[in-house]
Design a protein around this ligand. Structure first.
Ligand code: SAM
Length: 290
């Protein structure tokens, strides 16, 4: 079969199957050969690798991945796409197609069954409506993985790479940078997809750290602290943490911890680095163990 990166082949396949695009699933299929090559190259895939592709669509990128990887597991939510995938990928014996919601399956179990628990590489043109939950799930559930190379909304790519004091800096920046080193592979224009998305896109590669760049006693609590600090961006850190229903710390405890760190009581979350949040989390944990 001719490659689906040829827009004519994609259109013919979609028409023949009477496929109707589902907006609610974030379906924007890639039709640009150069972008596909760039993604696969940035993911650095070899025959030793097991790749998890989230949302294969009609299999455009899957064809490229199957040629480079040892095996590919493709998880697609839309049942209408399964017969199309069976056709477009029939020449590839190393692809497993699974009709499922990526947010509902146990990815750790999938990796242990398909790759004996060895680290996988995740590659995807993500459905934009659930980018953050997918990335957080992969990292927070400690799925064994080497890297995540994904197409995301440009704005989300900016947030992943942002540092303190910038408008894009927030809970996503800190979570991504705690687990991985982000790298912007390419900006991708709207005309590389059908249908065209109404936002700009970018490809990012997140290379998982073997050891996080900062040490913290209670990782989960630190992330609760981070989320509370950015929930109301205009509020001070002390108020944000004091108002959080899922944290036990009083405003006085937070004020004392900040003082010990030499930070102002009126500081906002956006001014703290990852190292600061780790230290604050440890200080509060000592002051108020649960
Ligand atoms: N990979 C294809 C490509 O690049 O042309 C399609 C990418 S499209 C942006 C996102 C895909 O993710 C769609 O095929 C959509 O049906 C699928 N999808 C959406 N939500 C999903 C979920 N929760 N689990 C698995 N797949 C999902």
């Amino acid at each position: 079969m001719e490659k689906l990166s040829n827009p004519q082949v994609t259109i013919e396949l979609i028409k023949r199957h009477g496929f109707v695009f589902q907006k609610r699933y974030g379906q924007n299929f890639l039709i640009d050969e150069r972008v596909l090559e760039k993604i696969v190259q940035a993911a650095d895939i070899t025959k030793q690798d097991c790749v998890l592709e989230i949302g294969p669509g009609i299999g455009t990128m899957t064809q490229y991945l199957a040629e480079q990887a040892g095996q590919v597991i493709a998880v697609e939510i839309d049942p209408k796409l399964i017969p199309i995938l069976e056709e477009s990928l029939r020449e590839y014996e190393n692809v497993t197609i699974r009709n499922d919601d990526i947010l509902k399956i146990d990815i750790n179990q999938l990796v242990s069954e398909q790759n004996q628990g060895k680290p996988i590489k995740v590659v995807a043109n993500l459905p934009y409506y659930i980018t953050t939950p997918i990335i957080m799930e992969l990292f927070e559930q400690h799925v064994p993985l080497e890297s995540v190379t994904v197409m995301v909304q440009k704005e989300v790519a900016d947030r992943m790479q942002a540092g303190p004091g910038t408008k894009d800096y927030g809970a996503l920046s800190l979570a991504v940078q705690y687990y991985a080193r982000p790298y912007l592979v390419a900006n991708v224009p709207q005309n590389c997809f059908i249908p065209r998305p109404n936002v700009g896109s970018a490809v990012v590669r997140l290379t998982r750290y073997t050891q996080p760049p900062v040490q913290v006693k209670n990782e989960e609590k630190m992330f609760r602290l981070i989320r509370a600090s950015f929930r109301q961006r205009r509020k001070t850190l002390i108020n944000g943490i004091g108002n959080a229903a899922d944290l036990p710390y009083t405003k006085e405890e937070t004020a004392r911890a900040l003082e010990r760190m030499g930070l102002s009581a009126s500081i906002r979350g956006e001014a703290l680095t990852l190292t600061d949040f780790a230290r604050l989390s440890d200080e509060l944990e000592i002051a108020h163990p649960e």
